[in-house]
Design a protein around this ligand. Structure first.
Ligand code: NAD
Ligand code: LMR
Length: 337
């Protein structure tokens, strides 16, 4: 009888401490003390699917940011990690790694102008992922997303742990903006708007597919073109408005928390978790392309492919693909150097 009880206790303990428990997730925010990183970490601290939150940055304020967050009365544990020697501790055991580390644009710059500085930061981070949490889902926010995601794929391939279903470029802010602007145009709650935004995350590669908007958007061709341009240039709108003080941080934290939250919901086996995201793709001649995907227990479960396009949207895609191919080559070449 005592033997039976001991066996039962042992089984319960093994279950409680099992690292494969589906609802037991550590999430790291790399660049967690930055303009995006701090509010993103706060939103993740409020997410009940996060059990451990690791805030990693090179900035000395990082332990203070983690201490501050740890006073929020939610049940997850928060830890701060500073500098390359603590990157391993931040990444160890992570289910999801979100990366907003790197420099933002100033007025007059393109996202591509950030490549030289940010590619080195992202490369070192992804090398850390390969070493410390090769099975984690990795979500790259740092710009230029169009080049850094293919670069990260090469780094992971070199390390022998690349899984295309586990690497994502975060384009959620484009969807969030499209919903906000369409909500305003349609005079409906933006939360009720459904709109695929495909392609990439810079200029003409950002393609809101307005013909598929629900509720239906029936603007004139002139209005469609103006709204498309506004969504494509929305990042620049914020950069100009901040007048040298950086780029979007709060809306990006909101979008990043939504995307990371969706990754976690997928990992937990929730059905029908769909997000637009920039992933390895065979849908066009660009080897990375954002489309709506279903997220599941292993990351990307199913790519839902190209939404139906009208003639105007087909032309947008035709123009975007060569631009994306250039961006992708830049990232791949950097990783191979
Ligand atoms: P920020 O300067 O406020 O914060 C960046 C943080 O990264 C800083 O705390 C810095 O210390 C940290 N950092 C620098 N080097 C690091 C390293 N090697 N390891 C870890 N952390 C490091 O910038 P931000 O406004 O938070 O923007 C961050 C990035 O996100 C930029 O590249 C920006 O262009 C990009 N961004 C992307 C989107 C998107 O939609 N994907 C939206 C907005 C901004
Ligand atoms: C955005 O879309 O807000 C980000 O990519 C930041 C930027 O440089 O525009």
């Amino acid at each position: 009888m005592f033997g039976q009880i001991a066996r039962q206790v042992a089984t319960v303990s093994a279950r409680s401490f099992s690292t494969t428990s589906t609802n037991n997730h550590k999430v790291a925010v790399i660049g967690g003390a930055g303009g995006i990183g701090q509010p993103l970490s706060l939103l993740l601290k409020l997410n009940s699917n996060v059990t451990k939150l690791a805030v990693y940055d090179v900035a000395p304020v990082t332990p203070g940011v983690a201490c501050d967050l740890s006073h929020c009365d939610t049940s997850s544990e928060t830890a701060g990690h500073v500098g390359p020697e603590q990157l391993g501790a931040a990444l160890q055991g992570c289910s999801v790694v979100v990366i907003p580390a790197g420099v933002p644009r100033k007025p007059g710059m393109t996202r591509d102008d950030l490549f030289n500085v940010n590619a080195s930061i992202a490369k070192a981070t992804v090398e850390g992922v390969a070493k410390h949490c090769p099975k984690a889902l990795v979500a790259i926010i740092t710009n230029p997303v169009n080049s850094l995601v293919p670069m990260a794929a090469e780094v992971l391939k070199k390390a022998g742990c690349y899984d295309p279903n586990r690497l994502f470029g975060v384009t959620t802010l484009d969807v969030v903006r499209a919903r906000a602007f369409l909500g305003e145009a349609l005079k409906v709650d933006p939360q009720k708007v459904e709109i695929p935004v495909i392609g990439g995350h810079a200029g003409i590669t950002i393609m809101p597919i307005l013909s598929q908007c629900k509720p239906k958007y029936s603007g004139s061709q002139k209005e469609i073109e103006a709204l498309t341009a506004r969504i494509q240039d929305a990042g620049t709108e914020v950069v100009k408005a901040k007048a040298g003080g950086g780029s979007a941080t709060l809306s990006m934290a909101y979008a990043g928390a939504r995307f990371a939250g969706s990754l976690l919901r997928g990992l937990n086996g929730e059905s029908n978790v769909i997000e637009c995201t920039y992933v390895e793709s065979k849908i066009t001649d660009a080897s990375f392309f954002a489309t709506p995907v279903v997220l599941g227990r292993n990351g990307l479960e199913k790519n839902l492919g190209m939404p139906p396009l009208n003639d105007y949207e087909k032309k947008l895609v035709e123009a975007a693909v060569p631009e994306l191919q250039k961006n992708i080559k830049k990232g791949v070449d950097f990783a191979k150097k």
